[in-house]
Design a protein around this ligand. Structure first.
Ligand code: SAM
Ligand code: DTB
Ligand code: SF4
Length: 324
């Protein structure tokens, strides 16, 4: 008999109600509880810093409505074939010098295919580890043997986002299902990889659907070690190009509720941070965000200036884990 799945596909109503109750709380009251939860579970002045690198860009067969890299949309992104090993080594050194402790390799694939390109990707993971960084990858769907080989190459984390609540997912993506996302998460988990799993706010979802998404993350057993909260970066040519991003107070609310629902996870204030004020970011850190992406480029869109982040961390008295 196969072992029972660790990752729940059914959503306990109690979790969803709890998430909704949190999201409906007066904001300052919610932040206070989140800060308390944060301090009980983490060192509040330490910040985990990841750096992103797109190893294969654009021409993705999936139709994710937010994504600059989908072949279904008319963004003006330049497609690029799988990069070489030397560029990954260079990027890893750059990441380390900028204060990052993890490099996340992103490929615009529907799924990993065995062969020369996957073998090169495994070499890239080894190169990241040789540079003394944690290694994360986001490569689309995996089969169990691929997940195993990634783990054996030294991969620490696999990033695969649920992105939103199940009831909103089909409005955003039609070329794969929510259950396929959950299946890949299970495969990565079974291979001994830590999970980085979160999503995007501001894709036209309701607050109830954000609660549904949070409840789904909290229902994963064990919960993901890392939870990126992205705020939609509207990209010209994608179906969501005219979507108005969520106001800062809703983003802070989401970060705070995530901290309370997933007390042990590292919560990453992810895409969209570059258009938030420093004051709004400070509130997110107070409310339990303890990780960011560093670097002037995310995967395909702009990030924040290195000096701006160094100055922000100084003002707030936060220390990147690499320097702690
Ligand atoms: N192909 C892989 C996959 O689907 O898992 C990985 C690449 S994808 C770029 C990784 C994540 O980045 C997405 O799941 C989404 O959460 C986030 N993302 C992509 N485009 C975004 C955008 N325009 N705004 C905010 N987040 C975005
Ligand atoms: C995640 O949740 N956010 C990162 C990472 N995982 C791979 C990606 C953000 C991408 C933002 C849009 C872009 O630069 O293409
Ligand atoms: Fe492809 Fe990932 Fe972008 Fe979806 S999010 S279009 S799977 S690169």
């Amino acid at each position: 008999m196969p072992p029972p799945p660790l990752l729940s596909k059914s959503l306990p109503e109690t979790l969803q109600r709890r998430a909704m109750d949190l999201l409906d709380r007066p904001l300052l009251d919610l932040i206070f509880e989140a800060a308390d939860t944060h301090r009980a579970n983490h060192d509040p002045v330490r910040i985990q810093c990841a750096h992103l690198f797109s190893i294969k860009t654009g021409a993705c067969p999936e139709d994710c409505g937010y994504c600059s890299q989908s072949a279904h949309h008319a963004s003006d992104l330049q497609r690029e074939a799988l990069t070489d090993l030397d560029s990954v080594r260079r990027e890893a050194r750059k990441a380390r010098e900028s204060g990052a402790d993890r490099l996340c390799l992103g490929a615009a694939w529907r799924n990993v295919k065995d062969g020369a390109e996957f073998d090169r990707t495994l070499e890239m993971v080894r190169a990241v580890k040789d540079e003394g960084l944690e290694a994360c990858a986001t490569l689309g769907m995996l089969d169990p043997s691929q997940a195993q080989r990634l783990r054996e190459a030294g991969l620490d984390y696999y990033n695969h986002n649920l992105d939103t609540g199940r009831s909103h997912y089909q409005n955003i993506v039609t070329t794969h299902t929510y259950d396929e996302r959950l299946d890949t998460l299970q495969i990565a988990r079974d291979a001994g990889l830590a999970l980085c799993c979160g999503g995007i706010v501001g894709m036209g979802e309701t607050r109830e659907q954000r609660a549904e998404f949070l409840a789904q993350l909290a229902a994963l057993d064990p919960t993901p070690e890392s939870v990126p909260i992205n705020s939609l970066v509207p990209v010209a040519g994608t179906p969501l190009e005219n979507q108005t991003p969520l106001p800062w107070n809703e983003v802070v609310r989401m970060v705070a509720a995530t901290r309370i629902m997933l007390p042990k996870s590292t919560v990453r204030l992810s895409a969209g941070r570059e258009s938030m004020t420093e004051e709004a970011q400070a509130l997110c850190f107070l409310a339990g965000a303890n990780s960011v992406f560093l670097g002037e480029k995310l995967l395909t869109t702009p990030g924040r200036e290195h000096t701006a982040d160094a100055s922000l961390f100084r003002k707030l008295g936060m220390t990147p884990v690499q320097q702690a």
